[in-house]
Design a protein. Structure first.
Length: 171
């Protein structure tokens, strides 16, 4: 079974809201992350969905500039060969969602094998696991993080939907 199209707008809202504006590398995100690192010493992510897909496929999670550069080059190449929708669905199909839960089979186990009739709430909770995979222990703390992340994703998705609707009305 494959991940339904209904998952991708929530993935984009959560992980890569500028996805339509780039070709696998988000330069604005990179500059934001560098700026925050230099100014505040704070570490932020700037990986696109394409880069996250490359990281999972290659299995390279090292913290190095070389890995990042390779990841970015591969993300650009993949974007030239496949649609963003296909890449997003492929990423969801292999991503890690937590303890004993990975890929499409993991999503199916969360949803009791019901991928086609999944609610918005469940889609959001699954996408939230990309940032906070379910641990094998200390689930209470994790549930708070997931709840907070789900609210964030829902708000981001709603903003994106409103912007899109507003652009259509302007035309």
């Amino acid at each position: 079974m494959e991940i339904p199209d209904s998952f991708t707008p929530y993935l984009i809202a959560a992980e890569d809201h500028r996805s339509p504006l780039h070709y696998g590398v988000d330069h604005i995100g990179i500059f934001r992350a560098l700026f925050c690192r230099i100014l505040n010493g704070e570490i932020q992510g700037a990986s696109t969905i394409e880069q996250q897909f490359v990281r999972v496929v290659t299995g390279d999670y090292s913290h190095s500039i070389l890995r990042k550069l390779k990841e970015q080059m591969l993300a650009i190449l993949i974007t030239k060969k496949r649609s963003k929708e296909d890449i997003a669905k492929a990423y969801l199909a292999i991503a890690y969602y937590g303890h004993n839960c990975a890929g499409t089979k993991g999503v199916e186990s969360i949803l009791d094998n019901n991928l086609q009739q999944v609610s918005e709430k469940h889609i959001i909770l699954i996408v939230a696991r990309l940032k906070y995979p379910k641990p094998s222990t200390n689930v209470v703390r994790w549930e708070g993080k997931i709840h907070h992340r789900a609210l964030y994703i829902k708000a981001r998705h709603q903003r994106a939907t409103n912007k899109s609707r507003h652009r259509c009305l302007k035309r």
